[in-house]
Design a protein around this ligand. Structure first.
Ligand code: ADP
Length: 450
């Protein structure tokens, strides 16, 4: 039993872990998704600007000569955010935007067309990353200047325009610091939200695991109670039989007749034991869902009358009135199980009535249903115990029930049989006294299912 509880705890921990990991995995996937979407969203605009600028540049680039030097101009220039670097046929830089210098630090100043600044003054890395020509590529360039970090998205392409014959290629740089900051803000918010979500995920997995384990725990507890009740019920008749047999042994010089009382009691207890074990087996099978129905078509009234024969004889002996009334009702059900149900209810009605009291059984039909009432004018069932009578081993009056051979399993078996037939069983007070059990069964369980 302890082992079972341990297993349930292990299972609960496993469920917590699985739920938590699923949540975490979900958030990680969601994170990648959000990151991708945000990135695409921000850089789609940037790339659009670059392509539009490429078109303006191709249409508006003009090369001219002044004081023996060649220059280019792009007029009109539609996007001040974009810097341009132009290359000659041999791959060397022909001209570039002077504004670039503001971003890249002093050591780049005058890189081109300024005889005072020599090539060696320019940091090799800067020169390489910023000024290298990467044909047809769009990629992110992270550049560290003297003071600040600048991020550029770059786009290089070949150029062949009559208006600018010295220029053979071009590189556009657009600063994306703003976009990256916004993207990083979204990511930071996502991480903060994820952190809160992880806490939420942990609490949610804990609650979910508790919820999913609850029915298992309840079933286990129910089973524990069932097993302990069953052992208790078995122990009493076994102890009685053992006592009586020991009694017989100590009186070995006596005749069978003289010990017949011990033998009779032992036999009675053995009968009780065999009934108890068969009841327990029925319930165990119903728990395992191994209780299969063998469906037959038969007249329920006829079956009731057959089953009632020994009970009405007994009633006559006990000076009670046992009456069966009703109309022919052909149903499709498990005949054997329905007999068992009738025996339980008739037996109870007889057990809990006194001399001269009445037991009335009536059968009616209503559409696809049959209604069976078993009413007695006996001791009745107190309101406070009514909700428990269908529970296993429940007996309102233990002494009386034991005296009459009851083990408290009858009504729970009755309920199981009715439920297997997709019917209903309930009880009410009978007037003027006693109890009335009502069983409602579908005439055909299969039709009911539809
Ligand atoms: P038992 O074998 O003790 O009769 P059941 O499960 O058949 O067990 O019934 C459970 C309890 O319900 C009984 O112990 C009894 O207290 C009560 N009960 C059942 N049927 C009747 C009835 N017809 N009249 C009064 N009490 C009843």
């Amino acid at each position: 039993m302890k082992n079972d509880k341990k297993k349930v705890r292990h299972q609960q921990n496993r469920i917590i872990l699985i739920h938590f990991l699923s949540f975490v995995l979900f958030f990680i996937i969601l994170g990648f998704f959000i990151f991708g979407l945000v990135h695409i969203f921000f850089f789609k605009e940037v790339n659009k600007e670059l392509f539009e600028f490429k078109d303006t540049l191709e249409e508006n680039i003009v090369e001219y000569e002044s004081e023996g030097k060649r220059y280019v101009s792009i007029n009109p220039r539609l996007n001040a955010r974009i810097f341009v670097i132009l290359y000659q046929e041999d791959g060397t830089v022909f001209a570039f935007d002077r504004n670039l210098l503001n971003f890249l630090g002093k050591h780049l100043e005058g890189f081109h067309n300024n005889p005072e600044i020599k090539d060696e003054d320019i940091s090799e890395n800067l020169k390489h990353d910023i000024f290298q020509y990467n044909p047809g590529m769009i990629f992110n360039l992270e550049k560290v200047s003297d003071k600040e970090v600048y991020h550029f998205q770059t786009f290089s392409f070949a150029l062949d325009r009559e208006a600018a014959p010295s220029v053979k290629a071009c590189k556009l740089l657009i600063m994306v610091n703003g976009e990256l900051e916004s993207r990083n803000l979204v990511i930071r918010v996502y991480f903060l939200a994820s952190f809160l979500m992880f806490i939420f995920a942990f609490v949610a997995s804990l609650l979910l695991s508790k919820m999913s384990i609850k029915p298992i725990k309840a079933a286990l507890d129910k089973q524990l109670v069932f097993v302990s009740d069953a052992s208790h019920e078995l122990r009493t008749p076994l102890a009685i039989v053992r006592n009586r047999l020991e009694n017989i042994l100590t009186k070995s010089n006596k005749t069978v007749y003289e010990v017949s009382d011990d033998i009779a009691v032992s036999l009675k207890e053995i009968t009780r034991l065999s009934k108890l074990t068969s009841d327990l087996l029925t319930l165990a099978h119903s728990d395992n869902e191994r209780l299969q129905l063998k469906m037959d078509e038969f007249d329920l009234l006829e079956l009731i009358k057959d089953v009632a024969v020994p009970f009405s004889e007994m009633a006559e002996i006990q000076n009670k009135n046992f009456l069966v009334a009703g109309e022919k009702c052909v149903i499709i059900a498990d005949k054997e199980k329905i007999s068992q149900l009738l025996i339980i209810l008739f037996d109870n009605a007889l057990k809990y009535t006194a001399e001269k009291e009445d037991i009335e059984i009536s059968l009616t039909q209503n559409g696809n249903e049959v209604h069976l009432d078993i009413a007695d004018t006996g001791v009745g069932i107190a309101d406070e115990v009514k909700p428990f009578v269908f529970e296993r081993f429940f007996r309102a009056d233990k002494a009386r029930s034991r005296e009459t051979g009851g083990n408290g399993l009858g009504l729970s078996i009755a309920k199981t049989i009715v439920q297997l037939h997709r019917g209903n069983i309930f009880l009410a007070d009978n007037s003027p006294s006693g109890t009335k059990f009502t069983v409602i069964l579908p005439k055909n369980r299969k039709l009911e299912k539809k």
